[in-house]
Design a protein around this ligand. Structure first.
Ligand SMILES: *[C@@H]1O[C@H](CO)[C@@H](O)[C@H](O)[C@H]1NC(C)=O
Length: 442
């Protein structure tokens, strides 16, 4: 009974589609950052090292392609790798061995940057504005997917992000939410039009892709406000699923002077009420009946701040007077980010070797409430050595989020990303421990 109603409603909503797909639950969507293939040294993830992950994933999302600003066609961000060295073909060929796997090409993801190294939002907005630009994009997506054998496209659209709010205390919070009433037009004065146009793009793409049996998904980037840019009821009937941007709520890039739990599951006292997984899920559920199309994002990496002497000794978040992004990990080399094996190694130093002379040990602080998340830190030294504060996920905390997705009967989990999990099994012997732990709960 209930099911036939769902089909009936789905068919009504989906007049433009020829086929209604009911999303399955327990999905595991795995992001694969192609840049990890060209990293130098031990952080490089080779194809044979990628393979053990694939039996756990329902979808592999290849990140990332970009948009050519001169003609609004899809373009490769690493043409040498993807075309000449045939990386696209090598990835899609994996489906021969892992027949259950669907492989989507993702466009955007904050990787499509301008000459200043900033995500290039402008072309993502101007593409939306003209039907002929949308047509160029659509045609190039179709061509690229067919030529390289992808199963679909994922839109990790580079909408402008909400600006970080700098406030502490109730008065300043109230003041900034008052200002917030007027601030949206400063992010994008034409947000309302772009919202309508993006819904049109999704609908048009769906019609085109469906002819070739290709899929379409949406990946929300953290701090892109769906209220500004996504007409949820119009978009949902045309996408296979949506990956919510429920990670990176707090990062050293956005909040250099204050370290905090990166992606709390539930609202934390005295924090922005939107900066947690549950709020984002609730927002989307308020606008769509189909929970099974929603996947929550879970990170495999930590965000790392440099602690100063003034940050105190307790590590208790929010940690004041931090000095921005900590140095990159010794393998991944990305400022303010540590992969799970890089974090795990420093935690084990603490356990195994006590007070290490190089200050490399990290003290873990767990979360018995299972509501917020975990962190690890070492405070700054007496001789001016900086401290380190890292908010992260481990197999246990990721499993708590996966269980939440199950309990709310959502579609599943979107995992960011395979290349920052422990793909060699250096930490505890098992390869991809966070991925496995999520899969176990779904
Ligand atoms: C969802 O809807 C309820 C009821 O209208 C409302 O109270 C709540 O604030 C909404 N939540 C979000 C996150 O928008």
């Amino acid at each position: 009974m209930a099911h036939s109603w769902v089909f009936f409603l789905g068919a009504l909503l989906c007049l433009g589609c020829s086929q209604v797909t009911l999303a399955e639950v327990g999905k595991l969507v795995c992001y694969y950052d192609a840049a990890s293939f060209v990293r130098e040294g031990p952080a490089q993830l080779s194809l044979p090292e990628l393979e053990p992950a694939l039996s756990f994933c329902n979808y592999l999302i290849y990140g990332y392609a970009g948009i050519d600003a001169s003609n609004y066609k899809l373009k490769s961000l690493h043409p040498e790798l993807t075309y000449n060295r045939q990386h696209y073909n090598q990835i899609t060929a994996l489906r021969k061995k892992y027949a259950h796997l669907r492989i989507l090409l993702s466009v955007g993801g904050d990787r499509d940057i301008n000459e200043f190294g900033e995500p290039d939002n402008g072309k993502y907005l101007s593409l939306l504005e003209q039907p002929e630009h949308r047509n160029n994009f659509k045609a190039s997506v179709s061509a690229e997917l067919s030529q390289y054998g992808f199963d679909g496209i994922d839109l990790a659209w580079q909408f402008p992000k909400l600006r970080p709010k700098k406030q502490q205390g109730a008065f300043r919070r109230a003041w900034s939410s008052f200002k917030g009433l007027f601030s949206s037009d400063t992010i994008d004065a034409k947000a309302e039009e772009h919202k309508t146009q993006f819904a049109a793009l999704v609908r048009e793409l769906r019609v085109e892709l469906q002819r070739n049996g290709k899929q379409l998904s949406l990946s929300m980037l953290p701090h892109v406000d769906p209220q500004l840019f996504i007409d949820i009821p119009s978009v949902m009937p045309y996408v296979d699923f949506v990956n919510l941007g429920t990670y990176d709520f707090h990062t050293p890039q956005r909040d250099p002077k204050q370290a905090d739990v990166v992606a709390p599951l539930h609202e934390m006292p005295e924090r922005d009420l939107t900066h947690n997984v549950a709020h984002q899920v609730e927002y989307w559920l308020n606008s769509t009946a189909n929970a099974q199309q929603l996947n929550i994002g879970i990170a495999s990496y930590g965000r790392a701040w440099r602690m100063s002497r003034d940050s105190g000794l307790t590590g208790y978040p929010p940690v004041p007077d931090t000095e921005g992004a900590a140095d990159g990990g010794k393998h991944t080399l990305i400022p303010g980010l540590l992969s799970w094996p890089e974090i795990c190694e420093q935690l084990q130093l603490h356990l195994g070797q006590g007070k290490d002379k190089n200050n490399e040990h990290l003290r873990k602080v767990g979360d018995p409430t299972k509501r917020f998340g975990i962190y690890a830190y070492r405070s700054a030294g007496d001789n001016g050595e900086p401290g380190l504060w890292v908010g992260y996920e481990d197999p246990t905390s990721a499993a708590i989020k996966a269980s939440y997705s199950q309990a709310r009967r959502l579609g599943g989990v979107a995992f960011h990303d395979l290349s920052l999990d422990d793909f060699r099994g250096q930490c505890a012997g098992e390869k991809y421990p966070i991925l496995r732990s999520i899969k176990f709960k779904l």
